[in-house]
Design a protein around this ligand. Structure first.
Ligand SMILES: [Zn+2]
Length: 334
């Protein structure tokens, strides 16, 4: 494989991926400090991230969609459904995620003409990258609370503690605690010589090709999962792998761990999961995109990042304008 040298140091590299761009101090040490939380909630520096049915509030501003936050006093009962969840602070504001009900949704939409509650995945193509991380973090935590409303051991309702970061069974005898869950997944661009391997899953939109990916199974390391998935999906044997960067992927609760891998040779084959896999060189990819034969995943995804970094390494060109020019993102995601 051509050596893929990345210009950013290893610690900062994942910050180039969407949903990781805002650095919040998560203030974990204050989550159990009720007095501190109440003060923060009632301070002028508080800022609420509203979620309605797991959708985020976004406003269209020119070419971009921007996160809409609520200032104090914008909603009468911010805790109408459940107590606000402490996300953290940037240099000037405390961020709390709040679930809102249908009536509050109507009020907010009236207060913010041009704003909509959107599925973050659908919205994220043109999203203001800076705050996408705050929205994704809020969405992931509230989704977890919603899906774990009841104790997994005894079935009694859970109550929210630690400012939204812990659930505790309301049955005193049981008292089981649960913490936010994340499902680790690997995602990998396999290369061999001057070509990379792209696959097409039958359930994807027409002509979509992407990297290979899959969930890590119990008892597996990330590396084991990667080798297994690549063989299962494409019948390709690997001889080397390299970790690149990671991305939180709250659809609904994954952590994507991105790798490059080098194949032993170009033998490959379709599988139950992938209806087609193909080796493609950088010039071949360019042609396929221009002719709308291949459509890549949206640029917000780590899959696109892996492909575009490889492409730039191969031919020195940026893939984004090319794909934008081909115009295949927006139309199929709206
Ligand atoms: Zn219980």
């Amino acid at each position: 494989m051509a050596k893929l040298e990345l210009s950013i140091d290893r610690i900062s590299r994942s910050r180039r991926n969407l949903f990781t761009s805002v650095r919040l101090d998560r203030l974990a040490e204050y989550r159990d400090d009720d007095e501190w939380v109440q003060q923060a909630l009632h301070s002028d520096s508080v800022c609420f991230v509203p979620l309605w049915r797991n959708r985020n509030l976004l406003a269209e501003t020119g070419a971009e969609q921007k996160a809409v936050y609520l200032e104090p006093g914008k909603l009468e009962h911010i805790d109408a459904i459940q107590p606000p969840t402490l996300l953290g602070m940037d240099d000037k504001r405390y961020f709390f995620a709040v679930a809102i009900n249908d009536k509050q949704r109507d009020e907010l939409l009236e207060q913010h003409p041009g704003a909509e509650f959107l599925d973050l995945r659908m919205a994220s193509i043109d999203i203001d990258a800076k705050h996408a991380g705050v929205l994704a973090y809020a969405k992931a935590l509230l989704y977890w609370q919603y899906r774990h409303a009841f104790c997994g051991a005894c079935g009694n309702p859970n109550r929210i503690e630690s400012s939204g970061h812990k659930l505790v069974c309301s049955d005193q005898e049981c008292g089981r605690q649960s913490f936010p869950r994340i499902d680790p997944a690997i995602i990998v661009l396999v290369t061999q010589g001057d070509a990379c391997l792209l696959g097409r899953n039958a359930v994807w939109p027409p002509r979509r090709f992407s990297t290979l990916a899959g969930f890590v199974e119990p008892g597996e390391s990330l590396e084991d999962a990667l080798v297994r998935e690549v063989y299962e999906e494409a019948q390709v044997r690997l001889k080397g792998i390299r970790y690149v960067s990671s991305q939180p992927w709250p659809f609904p609760a994954s952590a994507m761990c991105g790798f490059y891998a080098e194949a032993e040779n170009r033998e490959c084959g379709a599988s139950d999961e992938m209806e087609e896999v193909r080796w493609i060189t950088a010039p071949g990819l360019k042609k396929a995109i221009m002719e709308d034969e291949v459509r890549l995943p949206p640029p917000v995804s780590i899959a696109f990042r892996l492909i575009s970094d490889w492409y730039r390494q191969q031919c020195g060109e940026d893939l984004k304008p090319l794909v934008r020019q081909a115009g295949s993102w927006r139309s199929r995601n709206r």
